[in-house]
Every structure is written in structure tokens, then in C-alpha cells.
Design a protein around this ligand. Structure first.
Ligand SMILES: [Zn+2]
Ligand SMILES: [Zn+2]
Length: 137
């Protein structure tokens, strides 16, 4: 894996660098992710916050997630790109959106999660384990 790696929004106002390997990556079909992905899964990449260096000031929107705790989605206020999420239940991690990485090609999702909220037409990765909600830690 290319570490460190970098990413940011489409217009460049929000940038980040990560100095550690991702802890995990998932295809997330939760309803909240569908707003970011335009319907299918979001590809979320878990990294330690201590290894995440942000430049720029993304806007945030906080909702109560389906797991029952507040979760903040961070996006660029100029171009609207979803960049990362901050689950309040796990302040030590940041959930990157793979699409905003400079090179998302090397990400290997480990599982499909929140299958219970997937749209009936949503494509499902055939070879990955599926979980109705969050994956077991
Ligand atoms: Zn932007
Ligand atoms: Zn999700």
C-alpha cells in the first residue's frame, strides 16, 4: 500500500495526507451513504485520526446514525465532494471516502456492510462477506 497517501475534494480547497495504512475498507450501503454516493454504496476507508492531517476547512453535517450515535459527514463547501466522516462513537478514527483519494485504485474492501438498507437494484460485490449493519470489530 502506498503510505503516506493523500486525497482531497475535487476543487482542491480541502486536502489531507494519511501517514498510516488503512485499518479497513468497506462498501457501505447505509441510507446516509446513499446520499453521498448517489444511490449505491459508499466506499469507506478507516484510518487512525492520529495519522490524518487535514488542510482546509470542510463543512460538516451531523445526524444520528442508524447505529444510534451522532455521526458527522465532512464535505467541501465549494465543490460538495464528500471527503470523510467522523463517527462520534469512535473519535480515534476517520472514515475516508475512497472517491476523494488521489488514487483509490489500491483499496481492497473487506466486506459489504449495511446490506439491510441497500436498494433492491444496488450492485453487490459477489465475493465479499455481507453484514446487515456494521461489521463485527
Ligand atoms: Zn472542493
Ligand atoms: Zn454508510
Amino acid at each position: 500500500m502506498p503510505v503516506p497517501f493523500s486525497g482531497g475534494c475535487r476543487c482542491g480547497a480541502v486536502r489531507y495526507e494519511v501517514s498510516a495504512e488503512p485499518m479497513a475498507a468497506y462498501l457501505c450501503h447505509c441510507r446516509g451513504c446513499q446520499y453521498e454516493s448517489a444511490g449505491g454504496p459508499s466506499v469507506v476507508v478507516m484510518v487512525p485520526r492520529a495519522a490524518f492531517k487535514l488542510t482546509g476547512t470542510p463543512k460538516g453535517h451531523t445526524t444520528i446514525s442508524d447505529s444510534g450515535y451522532p455521526s458527522t459527514r465532512r464535505f467541501c463547501s465549494e465543490c460538495g465532494t464528500p471527503v470523510f466522516g467522523e463517527p462520534s462513537v469512535a473519535p480515534e478514527i476517520v472514515m475516508l471516502r475512497a472517491g476523494a483519494m488521489d488514487d483509490p485504485s489500491w483499496i481492497r474492501p473487506a466486506a459489504t456492510i449495511w446490506v439491510s438498507q441497500a436498494q433492491p437494484w444496488a450492485p453487490m460485490a459477489p465475493d465479499l462477506p455481507r453484514y446487515d449493519g456494521n461489521p463485527p470489530l
